[in-house]
Design a protein around this ligand. Structure first.
Ligand code: MET
Ligand SMILES: [Zn+2]
Length: 759
């Protein structure tokens, strides 16, 4: 009977890792200092686990930037161009974030970064050369292992399994990345041998791709890899699967020569009976019953019944209590949440508290529930207050959702009718120009917000400042010749917090940070109750903005799916229901904006693509409710009110039919990386509404020339009718400086002027 976790958040209780790493980058601290702080963090996190009685601690879950990048270094998957950087941390951070040293003639961009499965964590994509040779550099993991062993801990090295590692990598050759397996496997064998020589018994191999649909080639790769690894004498493997159930990969897993298997029983509790009957009894089962992806207290009774079900089928000595996945995706601890309402706080568990839950469950399984009776009772009482709290449930919201009919999801008329009315009303030129919403969040903007929050300036002073910034921004756009203007979003820290602060059912933590990538962390709001809009959120700003110009100023809202996706959401009702409630709140705002005179309203849904489930079989259901939520949010307006949406961050081809079903009048979309593929999809799927594919990448400080943007439009015109095309950047401008923004937008307006002459 044991208890352990697959990984712990590395950033530290006060984001010490962020401070240390950024301090090292800016040369405020030395390499020694960085290494020593990292050692301290690892030790603290291991001690925390072992003091709670966890029987094994993961080693190798720590990283300075990203654990996938660590594996690229571990196996020598470092593109040659990075040899210009010194081996060690300079090269490591060059891969992570690029390196520019003009005096040494070094100008290296970083590796590509993408989302880790369906989480908001991002990893660096290992890049395999055509003739990739692998070379083992185990210094990091061996060093950390020695640290843990020196502390007398029962250490379990954590390594990404060979199949997942290759599947997450990319290669320039046309071959599948799995074709590199025969060359890579000997390095895994070498690594395992080294670990075994250090006295390690069990090695955790993470293979989250087993929660996805995988093809025959991948299945074969699993068989080859694990058969080879099983031949290393003295090594035992814990195969870790998470982010979903094994589904039809279960029979494959049952054949693999492994000693232990971790399963996710939060995302897929129903897989337990099948796992118990399919996986050989000799295989230890690690049962992920505590949610590693959310912030709610575990229902200990529920979790315990799953454990008991397993205990009926196999000896408890062969069971491990665990969290569904690494705790990387939870904030560190509740301890710092001193400002949080006590009742709400009693419903939550961050990583540290989840470790305690795991240990409590393990005791219950080993010594009976009575041995931890008080803890179970306390847990049940907290959950009971959550279930019955009037703050969670709002009957009015529930009734409103109940009363919705199909008509609430549909605009009054079809797009062609709306388009005709809108054209008459706005009389925009051909190739109308616009931007995506935000303008530079300068240090001045942030300083004023900070001063207001600290009480150094009054609300009136702050609002006065915002009005000035907004007016200047609008007047600049007007003069520059843009056609549809925006207010600049100076009042917003990010796209979700601003709305969450105005909606009931949301709360905010002080220290609920989760690593997003490298040293960047996000602090998602917590949705704990029925969502309701109690007052208008943006109408005052919109009304003021419209007084600054005679051109239309777009109202700017974040869509329901994105708000859902970027928050910690309730686990006591389906995501779809929470999303529907948010959609109603946004709908109220859309309608209010319209009645207060806003004629064009943009509802951003950058996160709609990332919410797509990992398994194909669940796509339709998700796309149904998410697109419905957008429709519900936007359908309450007149035909002549123009609804825009904006999307970015990913490849949209897979969900094209759903983009059509959003039924927006205009969509602005990031396409910097997939130009023609995306445009081809618009053509192929017969997209009829208006479109603004981004003309330049706003993530770079580079100012695009008129000619290069015009060339882009020319290419687009091969696919899209000129009468449908909008001219805009590919996302908001908040991370840019004013100088670049002005230069780029002047060029952009020029593009439209030139095109109008030619068409
Ligand atoms: C991540 S999408 C951003 C959209 C938002 N309106 C902005 O311009 O910043
Ligand atoms: Zn965007």
């Amino acid at each position: 009977m044991s208890a352990s976790i697959l990984g712990f958040p590395r950033i530290g209780s006060k984001r010490q890792l962020k401070t240390a790493v950024e301090g090292f980058w800016s040369k405020k601290i030395s390499q020694e200092e960085l290494l020593s702080q990292a050692r301290q963090l690892r030790q603290d996190h291991w001690n925390l686990q072992s003091s709670q009685g966890l029987t094994q601690v993961p080693v190798g879950d720590f990283t300075f930037y990203d654990h996938v990048l660590d594996h690229a270094i571990l196996f020598g998957i470092v593109p040659e161009r990075y040899n210009a950087a010194d081996a060690g941390l300079e090269r490591y951070f060059a891969l992570a974030r690029g390196l520019q040293v003009p005096s040494r003639n070094i100008d290296l961009p970083s590796l590509e970064m993408v989302k880790w499965f369906d989480t908001n964590y991002h990893y660096m994509v290992p890049e395999l050369a055509i003739n990739q040779e692998f070379a083992l550099d185990s210094s990091k993991i061996i060093g950390e292992l020695e640290e843990a062993l020196a502390l007398g801990l029962n250490a379990r090295p954590v390594v990404i399994g060979p199949v997942t590692l290759l599947k997450l990598s990319k290669t320039v050759s046309s071959a599948s990345t799995l074709s590199f397996l025969p060359k890579l496997l000997p390095k895994y064998v070498e690594l395992v041998q080294q670990l075994v020589n250090k006295g390690v018994k069990t090695i955790q191999l993470d293979e989250p791709i087993l929660a996805l649909d995988i093809d025959e080639e991948t299945k074969e790769a699993f068989k080859t890899a694990y058969t080879t690894l099983s031949q290393v004498s003295g090594a035992e493997y814990l195969l870790a699967t998470y982010f979903g159930g094994l589904g039809n990969n279960l029979s494959l897993v049952a054949e693999l020569p492994i000693q232990a298997l971790h399963i996710d029983l939060v995302r897929d509790p129903k897989q337990l009976p099948k796992v118990l009957s399919t996986i050989p009894e000799s295989v230890n089962l690690s049962l992920g019953v505590v949610d590693g992806r959310n912030i709610w207290k575990t229902d200990l009774n529920n979790a315990f019944s799953l454990l008991q079900e397993a205990a009926k089928a196999r000896p408890v000595e062969n069971l491990t209590v665990s969290a569904s996945c690494s705790l990387l995706h939870s904030p560190h601890s509740l301890e710092a949440e001193t400002a949080l309402d006590a009742e709400l706080k009693s419903w939550l568990a961050f990583a540290t508290e989840k470790v305690v839950e795991i240990s409590t469950l393990a005791s219950a399984l080993k010594n009976g529930v009575d041995s931890v009776k008080a803890k179970f009772e306390e847990n049940a009482a907290a959950l009971q207050t959550r279930r019955s709290s009037t703050r969670v449930s709002n009957p009015e919201v529930k009734a409103r959702v109940q009363a919705l009919t199909a008509a609430d999801y549909a605009r009054q008329a079809e797009f062609p009718v709306r388009q005709a009315e809108q054209r008459e009303k706005f009389n925009l030129p051909l190739f109308p120009t616009t931007t995506i919403g935000s303008f530079p969040q300068t240090s001045e903007v942030r300083r004023n917000r900070a001063r207001f929050r600290k009480g150094e300036i009054t609300k009136a002073e702050y609002e006065q400042y915002l009005e000035t910034a907004t007016r200047e921004c609008i007047e600049w756009q007007d003069k520059a010749g843009l056609d549809v203007l925006v207010h600049g979003e100076f009042e917003r820290t990010d796209m979700v917090e601003f709305f969450g602060e105005h909606l009931s059912g949301f709360t905010f933590t002080r220290n609920g940070w989760v690593q997003s990538y490298g040293s960047r962390c996000v602090k998602p709001p917590v949705i704990y109750g029925d969502v309701n809009r109690t007052r208008a959120m943006t109408t005052e700003t919109a009304k003021f903005s419209q007084t600054c110009t005679s051109k239309p100023v777009k109202g700017m809202l974040t869509g329901p799916v994105t708000i859902l996706q970027w928050s910690f959401v309730r686990d006591d009702q389906p995501r779809s229901e929470t999303c529907q409630q948010i959609a109603l709140a946004i709908r109220d705002e859309v309608v209010d904006l319209e009645s207060s005179g806003t004629t064009i309203i943009q509802v951003d849904e950058p996160a709609i693509r990332e919410g797509l489930p990992l398994r194909h079989e669940n796509w339709d259901d998700y796309l149904q409710w998410s697109v419905d939520a957008f429709r519900l949010a936007t359908a309450g307006v007149k035909n002549s009110t123009q609804i825009h949406t904006h999307m970015c961050y990913s490849d949209f081809n897979a969900i094209f039919q759903s983009i059509k079903r959003l039924d927006a009048d205009v969509i602005t979309i990031e396409n910097a990386k997939s130009d023609l593929k995306l445009l081809h999809a618009f053509e192929k799927h017969g997209y009829k509404a208006e479109i603004g594919p981004g003309l330049y990448d706003i993530h770079s400080p580079r100012v695009p020339s008129t000619q290069e943007m015009k060339d882009r439009v020319q290419k687009m015109l091969a696919y899209l009718a000129p009468s449908l095309l909008w001219i805009n950047p590919d996302c908001g401008l908040k991370t840019r400086g004013w100088d670049e923004v002005k230069a780029a937008l002047n060029n952009l307006v020029d593009v439209a002027r030139q095109l109008r002459k030619e068409h």
